[in-house]
Design a protein around this ligand. Structure first.
Ligand code: FAD
Ligand code: NAP
Length: 313
């Protein structure tokens, strides 16, 4: 028979928002259950040094997330390794189905499903995904020791990925569609000082090419957005770092979304268009998208959920 778990507060997601909500909801004696999803610890587990989380001059992303998990668990948050595959928020108690077969029922839900890497959507990117095309340098950089690599994008992620990849690669070409980076100045400074990184401005990725047997990348064709000129760049690895999109698949047609799929919340709160459903972190934030702001919103969501539940009582 399928397992059913009832809780006052179900937290979906285990990034900074989810774990912080877990700490606060547990301390409010709400006995929360937190479902971790496919990426326990969230996006910070895909990076190395984090230098801007208060209290840590420098901490490895995965270590920070283990500390957050331990903190939430120590406060009494029940942490479950499962993935929510279906959500019914049309009536209370709300219902969620886990990939494990467990049914979760809850009086309130805190959504903290974060964001996922965006892809360019070109056919050759799809063909070589996992065979030379990646969106995670910390996961796959090691495979490219002594090789040439290309990184696409101009934000913090692209610059951090490019810098990290110089540990392995002989050369990193950073391809950006403009001639100005979006990344923080401190990161830009490190990038421009690094001899292994060659920026290529006003270009986009036109095509990835390579061998079929075995499947592997041998190079890319970049297109100049001003002149249309195609440049051939031999390389073994292609890292796509063009941003992240909110992980909202469970919520489409159930909650009001805006700005390309971010969950809409009442200004200054985490209240969504459905009473009792609260949203936090990168899922709702198209502006700041930082670990510390996500953690702050996780705190707000737990406090909002506590207030909502006490008003129901
Ligand atoms: P996320 O961290 O995205 O976590 C989402 C969680 O939801 C995951 O645990 C996932 O498993 C879970 N989930 C998703 N779908 C489901 C489901 N169906 N069922 C159950 N669970 C689900 N920010 C900084 O402040 N400093 C940095 O140095 C920094 N470096 C970064 C480096 C990289 C490479 C990247 C990609 C991001 C970086 N960021 C950094 C941004 C930061 O990681 C995010 O702002 C933050 O992680 C967002 O937290 P979150 O809790 O909203 O969601
Ligand atoms: P981002 O800031 O949205 O930057 C995405 C980059 O990719 C931009 O330079 C953009 O170009 C480019 N791009 C987008 N779509 C493209 C396309 N179709 N083709 C070519 N280029 C494209 O995303 P991010 O760098 O992943 O960062 C996401 C959030 O996480 C940000 O808030 C960031 O601050 C945070 N983060 C923080 C840290 C840190 O604090 N150290 C590290 C990583 C991420 P344009 O510039 O022309 O738009």
């Amino acid at each position: 028979m399928a397992d059913t778990k009832h809780t006052k507060v179900l937290i979906i997601g285990s990034g900074p928002a989810g774990y912080t909500a877990g700490v606060y909801a547990a301390r409010a004696m709400l006995e929360p259950i937190l479902v971790q999803g496919i990426e326990p610890g969230g996006q910070l587990t895909t990076t190395t040094e984090v230098e801007n989380y208060p209290g840590f001059t420098e901490v490895q992303g995965p270590d920070l997330m283990i500390k957050m998990q331990e903190h939430a668990a120590a406060m009494g948050c029940k942490i479950v390794g499962d993935i929510i595959t279906e959500l019914d928020i049309s009536k209370r108690p709300f219902q969620a189905l886990g990939d494990s077969g467990t049914h979760y029922t809850a009086e309130a839900i805190i959504l903290a499903t974060g964001a996922r890497a965006k892809w360019l959507g070109i056919a050759s990117e799809e063909k070589f995904k996992g065979f030379g095309v990646s969106a995670c340098a910390t996961c796959d950089g090691f495979f490219y020791r002594g090789q040439e690599i290309v990184v696409i994008g101009g934000g913090n992620t692209a610059v951090e990925e490019a810098l990290f990849l110089t540990k392995f690669a002989s050369k990193v070409t950073l391809i950006h569609r403009r001639d100005e980076l979006r990344a923080e100045k401190v990161l830009q400074d490190r990038l421009f000082k690094n001899d292994k990184i060659v920026p290529m401005w006003f270009n986009t990725l036109e095509e990835v090419y390579g061998s079929d047997m075995p499947l592997g990348v041998e190079g890319i064709k970049a297109k100049n957005v001003k002149t249309g000129k195609i440049t051939d760049i031999p390389c073994k690895g292609v890292f796509i770092a063009i941003g992240h999109a909110p992980a909202n698949e469970l919520l489409v047609d159930k909650l009001e979304l805006h700005n390309g799929g971010y969950v809409l919340v009442e200004p200054g709160s985490t209240r969504t268009s459905v009473p009792g459903i609260f949203a936090s972190g990168d899922l709702t934030d198209h502006v700041y998208r930082q670990a510390v702001t996500s953690a702050g919103m996780g705190c707000m969501a737990a406090l909002d959920a506590e207030k909502f539940l006490s008003e129901q009582d």
